[in-house]
Every structure is written in C-alpha cells, then in structure tokens.
Design a protein around this ligand. Structure first.
Ligand code: F6P
Length: 548
C-alpha cells in the first residue's frame, strides 16, 4: 500500500491515543465482564492473554489497519516464499524451512531447500544418537559425559538457553556447557569442573571467523593435545558452520562437520545444526518435538487472520507502546527458573534484528524502532527491580510466561509460583489508589497526619500493561512455539518500522576497531599516538599497571 495510507494509519492511531488519557485498563475490566474472553487467543494448550492492555476494539482495529497499510500480509508471503527479504545481503530469511518437518518444498533462490535440510537433519540425529548411546566415544573408548559448545551470539544463546530450559529432558549421563566469552575465564572455569577425557567440544560459528569462538576453540585444541595427546584431538571435536572449507583447515574430521546455509541468520539458527549440542542432550525425538513447536507457529502465523494471529498481536502491542506511548523498554519475565536465559536470547533476536535507524530505502527513520528488551525470571525479579515497575516513573510493558504445571519440580512450589505470576499482572493492572491506601492505614488506627505522610509512598498508580502466555508444561514443543512466536513478532515489527530485520551491520565497527587495537594492547612498544586521548590514556594506564 501507499505511503499516504501508512501515514493515515499512524495519524489515526495518534488521534486515538489522545482518547486514552482518562481511561484505565481497570475501567475496561469493570465495564466488560467478558473482556478476557474477547482479548485472548488459544492455540492448543498455549494461551495468549492480551486483555491487560490499554486496548479496546477501536485500538485493535486501528493497529490492524496499520499492519495492512504496511503490507504485513504480502511481506509475510514474501518471507515464506524465500524472497530476498534481507535486502542488504541479498538473501532470504528462511529459518522456517529448518522446522518444516513435512518436507513440503520451500524455495531459496528458486531452489527447493528441503532435500538438503532434511538430509542434514538426519546426519545431525545420527551423530547425536551415536554420542548419546556410546557408539561414538572419547579417545579412551569411554562414553562422553560432557558436551562443551563454543559459539557466541546466535551460535551460543539458542542452545544455551534451550539447554537450560529443557534440562529435565537431557540424558542423565550428559551435561551441556556453553563457552562464549573471549574472556579466558569462561573456558578455564568450565574445564575446572569437568573431565576433559570424556568431553566433546562442538565448535559453532556460522562464519567460522568469529574471534571469540576461534580463540576458545584453539585454546581447547591445545588443552586437549596437552592433556590427552595430539592423536586424541579428532575424537574430541566436531564443528558446525556454513563455511565448510574453513572447518577443514581447523583439522576436524569430515564426518563430524555439520552445515547450514546463508539464508539462516545467526539469531535464527537454533533450529539448524547450531542446535547440535542441544540435540545430543535431549535426543532426536525431543529435538523433533522442538522443531514441531516452531512449525506449529509457522502454520498459525501464515494462516490466522491478523486479528487472531498471536505474533501479529504481540508485534502491534509493541508498536502501540513504543511509538504511540513512547515506552522505551519491554520486559520478558518467565515464571520459570529454567527459562533464566530466555530474555537474553530475546535480546539478540529482537535488538539485533530491529535495532536499526536506516529504513529499507536507506533513509533515516522518523520513528522509534526496537525497544530495549530485558528481564529475569520471576519470582526473583519481584525482590529486585519490580519496585521500579510498580512505582517508578518509567512504564514498562511486560510479557509474563508461565506453565500450568511444572516439569520435574515440586507441585507445591508451582502453586506459589503461579499465584505470584498472576498477582503481579493483577497488581500492575489494578494498582491501589490513594483512597484505598488511606482506608487501609485508617483500619490500622494510624493518625491522619501519619496517613497523609505515608500514603503517597504506598500508592500504586496501576494501569501498567502486560501480556500473559500460559502453556501446559515447558516441553520441547512448548519452547519451540514460544521462540517462533517471538521470531515472527520481530518480523512484523520490522515490516511496520520498514527496517531490514535480517542484517546486523551495527556489530561491525566495534569488531574492526578491536582488531586494530589488539596489537597495541599486546605490545607496549607500539605507540598510542593517533588514538583518541581516552583510548590512549586507558592503554597507557594499563601499561603503568605493569601489564604489556
Ligand atoms: O557479531 C554478531 C554476530 O555476527 C551475530 O549475528 C552472530 O550470531 C554472532 O556474531 C556469531 O557469529 P558466528 O556464528 O559467525 O560466529
């Protein structure tokens, strides 16, 4: 659709936004006892409750108008058709093919990718099962006990997050570990805890050039050679990349090399061979279930009308708060300790995808794009940053995530967890007025003067929006669904903000400068002349501390 229709849709939303000044979410619930029924969507056991938002039918209609004006439906079709939606790198973004278990053709550059995808998946499963059941062993003939994944960003966060989320599904005799940071402490602290004799190292890097991963892999190679002998090295390494020639140079056996394709963005690669360590941990059947969860959401996203389409609704709510209310951050709070890395995972997914200023045609955007995504598990967050969420001057829209029942945990604990999750979203929505506060203090026989002094500090303004995702249990399929929901949400927001969600040029400058600075940091004889005074001053200060 035309630019003028998009402008009209934004203008209608801006006018509508003004009508919200005097209304609260609590008013909407009071006026409509069926509000929950009208503002939730169910997909099997997954329920998305978006009733606790500053939203009515008109708001929703106007947001859907914006999505239509921005051509979300046509752009969605282009995404699934394998068109080069990543316009700066001239590539499709076809991660959906990785979880297309039906094998129905999907095309990238006019070629059906499914035969290659399914063949690679079979190879991954064969290797993963052989490591699990001890057919593939360590150099000493023993079964592997520990898997160490080297990777960073998308080559770490996905398997690390999912490995923790799905820990009850990991074989008892295996432990997964994730080393990402170029800080040598990451590798050293990991290896202090585990026996190298029965450790398999998985080197994951889409480009196979990332300095952190290559440095850690080289260090590990030397470590294995020094502890177990050079001959043991091939038995203890395998690798995942799109750059198979570079892997050969590292000396990894050709039957331990797993590939994927340039149409899989790093932050969308958990579904590919990058998930190898996870597949070893949870096994073929569970990994397939994980993929099936992603596939469920692809089908829903591709077919459901925009008004009942969960990723579309998530995206539009985000746009509503980011662009019309000016809220700069968005919290994701899983009430699930095993989901402790989920927000970190979403940070890369969302902020690396839509943290952009240039629109598709290269102009500078006039609108805010991705918010800062952050979060920690509940209930822990309640005792830390929830103070600000309840009474601070920043309004932070929140996603609460919770399972109806625990996986391998105590039922009594889960009742408490569940009640806390609901209590928080209720408290954010309802708040507590100054009159209610005063009445409670009066009932405690407090003097009027003391009440007047204390009441403002105990006031909760409420009207703070949140969504809740409820699902039966945190199974591989449930996790697959959650991840894919957020992936498609990010896509829809990218379409509305008219940015390329699939490149990440913003990470390049720092990498380049680090390459230039490393020799100067390493060699005290090299001059700092020509550097800005802060950078030079810090390098010289380090030298004065006797380092380098
Ligand atoms: O620096 C950012 C980034 O390129 C991410 O997009 C990517 O997930 C990560 O680095 C790791 O890259 P690679 O898998 O090529 O090592």
């Amino acid at each position: 659709m035309s630019g003028s229709e998009i402008a009209k849709a934004w203008a209608a939303l801006e006018a509508h936004r003004q009508s919200w000044c005097a209304r609260t979410i609590a008013d909407l619930f009071a006026a409509d006892p069926h509000r929950f029924d009208r503002f939730h969507v169910r997909l099997d056991d997954l329920l998305f409750d978006f009733s606790k938002h500053r939203l009515d039918d008109e708001t929703l209609g106007l947001l859907i108008d914006l999505a239509r004006a921005a051509n979300v439906e046509a752009r969605r079709a282009a995404l699934f058709a394998g068109e080069p939606v990543n316009v700066t790198e001239h590539r499709p973004a076809l991660h959906m093919a990785l979880r297309n278990l039906s094998g129905a053709p999907m095309f990238a550059g006019g070629r059906d990718v499914m035969p290659d995808v399914l063949a690679e998946l079979r190879k991954i499963f064969e290797f993963a099962e052989a490591v699990r059941n001890g057919e593939i062993t360590a150099a000493n003939g023993q079964r592997f006990t520990d898997i160490v994944n080297f990777g960073i960003g998308g080559s770490d966060l996905g398997p690390a997050m999912a490995g923790r989320a799905l820990s009850p599904f990991i074989a008892d005799h295996l432990s997964l570990h994730f080393v990402a940071n170029v800080d040598g402490a990451d590798f050293a602290d990991t290896m202090r805890r585990i026996p190298v004799e029965t450790t398999l190292f998985v080197v994951c890097s889409k480009t196979f050039t990332t300095i952190e991963t290559m440095t850690n892999a080289e260090t590990a190679r030397k470590f294995v050679a020094s502890r177990l002998g050079e001959a043991a090295v091939p038995d203890h390494f395998c690798a995942v990349s799109t750059q198979l020639d570079k892997i050969a140079a590292f000396g990894i056996k050709s039957d331990r090399v797993f590939g994927f394709w340039d149409w899989v963005g790093g932050r969308y690669s958990i579904w590919s061979a990058i998930g190898l360590s996870l597949a070893i941990g949870i096994g073929k059947d569970n990994f397939e279930e994980f993929l099936r969860g992603g596939e469920d959401i692809d089908k829903h996203f591709a077919a459901a009308p925009l008004e009942r389409n969960i990723p579309v609704l998530m995206a539009l709510l985000g746009v509503w708060y980011r662009n019309l209310w000016g809220y700069a951050t968005h919290a994701v709070i899983p009430y699930d300790q095993r989901m402790a890395r989920f927000s970190a995972y979403l940070q890369q997914l969302d902020m690396e995808s839509n943290g952009k200023t240039a629109t598709l045609d290269g102009a500078r955007t006039g609108r805010a794009t991705a918010p800062v995504i952050w979060g920690e598990p509940g209930t822990n967050g309640q005792h830390a940053f929830f103070q600000l969420l309840h009474q601070g001057t920043e309004i932070v829209p929140i996603d609460f995530l919770i399972a109806a029942e625990p996986t391998a945990a105590d039922e009594k604990h889960h009742e408490l967890l569940f009640a806390n999750c609901l209590a928080q979203s209720q408290a954010f929505m309802l708040g507590r007025s100054i009159d209610e506060v005063a009445a409670r203090l009066e009932a405690q026989k407090m003097s009027p003067e003391a009440i007047a002094a204390l009441a403002p500090h105990r006031l909760f303004e409420g009207n703070r929006p949140s969504s809740t995702f409820l699902y039966q249990r945190l199974t591989p399929r449930a996790l697959g669904r959650l991840i894919a929901l957020y992936e498609h949400k990010v896509f829809v927001q990218g379409v509305i903000w008219n940015v390329n969600s699939y490149d990440q040029w913003g990470v390049e400058l720092g990498k380049e400068l680090a390459v230039k600075l490393t020799p100067i940091v390493a060699d005290a004889d090299l001059s700092t002349t020509g550097l800005d005074s802060s950078t030079a001053g810090l390098i010289e200060a380090r030298r004065r501390l006797g380092v380098a």
